[in-house]
Design a protein around this ligand. Structure first.
Ligand SMILES: Cc1cc2nc3c(=O)[nH]c(=O)nc-3n(C[C@H](O)[C@H](O)[C@H](O)COP(=O)(O)OP(=O)(O)OC[C@H]3O[C@@H](n4cnc5c(N)ncnc54)[C@H](O)[C@@H]3O)c2cc1C
Length: 279
């Protein structure tokens, strides 16, 4: 799974499917369930830590698989595999405002619903109308208020067998040139403030009234390494893979950071990363 995750970490999947259509996806899920084979769904693999033993059963990867985007006035319908930066650009180009923040989030529409992804003071919950979710073999249109979207979480965390297939957003009219220039600005900010090495972005959620990067740096942890995973000297909330880092190293470093910050400042950091697979 190293090849399929932003962190470039993870043992092998028994089987990996990149479905070409929703029918192929639902058919594969049905066959797997009937055969008692576990199913794991990934978007872009940008917020997961796949353990070194890999993933048993069928892994389905949607990034670049289901990528259809449709428009109806100020409404946008995006398939689960559409990359968020692509959606930011496409909607801006159409003169639709609201999703510029998505330019900095490298995952998919499905992953963004699952995580209620956000940046620069905006979050998915503010624009999302509904998500079509495959539940027990049926597609259910779940309205925003039923998705339990809160800071980096959703009701999907409690239902690992539910799969987001599509999402609908309502945006506002805007000037394409202005929207594109805001996207450019966001990108430039990212380029200068974050490390250029494999990671899963922010590792820890914001603690009450503070920033994880600040408290980790204040605990003197910048540059700390376990194996080839390092607390980035550029931004302390990024744990970067220097090459060949393992999930075991990453998990150890996460625990070390949590324990040190707890000891030095009494703050309890919570990881934002979803840990999957076998040790
Ligand atoms: C460099 C970098 C910068 C980042 N910056 C940000 C940021 O600014 N803001 C932010 O919020 N996040 C950020 N992230 C984290 C990440 O991009 C988001 O959490 C993103 O929403 C994850 O989407 P994904 O498709 O990659 O999900 P994955 O990592 O593939 O999966 C994450 C979880 O979602 C589930 N999932 C994925 N797709 C589906 C689906 N279709 N149906 C059901 N469950 C699904 C998976 O099972 C898994 O539990 C960053 C990551 C990186 C690497």
């Amino acid at each position: 799974m190293r090849r399929y995750t932003a962190w470039k970490i993870g043992g092998p999947a028994d089987a990996l499917l990149e479905p070409k259509s929703v029918d192929e996806l639902t058919g594969a899920v049905q066959i797997a369930r009937e055969a008692g084979v576990p199913v794991t769904v990934l978007g872009g693999g940008t917020n997961v830590l796949v353990r070194d033993g890999g993933i048993r059963g069928l892994t389905i990867r949607l990034a670049k698989s289901l990528t259809n985007v449709e428009f109806d006035g100020d409404r946008v319908f995006a398939a689960a595999g559409v990359l968020y930066p692509v959606l930011a650009n496409t909607t801006a180009g159409r003169g639709l405002a609201g999703l510029q923040f998505a330019t900095g989030i490298p995952g998919t529409v499905g992953g963004a619903v699952y995580m209620n992804a956000g940046a620069y003071g905006s979050e998915t919950v503010e624009l999302l109308d509904w998500a079509d979710v495959l539940r027990d073999g049926e597609v259910v249109r779940m309205p925003n208020e039923d998705l339990g979207l809160a800071y980096r979480k959703s009701v999907l965390h409690e239902h690992p067998d539910w799969i987001v297939l599509r999402a609908g957003y309502t945006l506002k009219p805007g000037d394409p040139e202005e929207l594109k220039s805001q996207i450019k600005e966001f990108r430039a900010q990212r380029m200068s403030g974050s490390p250029n090495k494999p990671s899963c972005g922010s590792t820890f959620k914001r603690p009450e009234g503070d920033f994880p990067g600040r408290v980790i740096e204040a605990a003197g942890l910048k540059g700390t390494r376990v194996g080839n995973i390092e607390v980035s000297p550029v931004h302390a909330n990024y744990l970067v893979n220097l090459g060949g880092g393992t999930a075991r190293d990453a998990l150890q470093l996460i625990e070390h950071v949590r324990a040190t910050v707890r000891e030095k400042s009494g703050i309890e950091l919570e990881s934002e990363v979803r840990v999957i697979g076998e040790p």
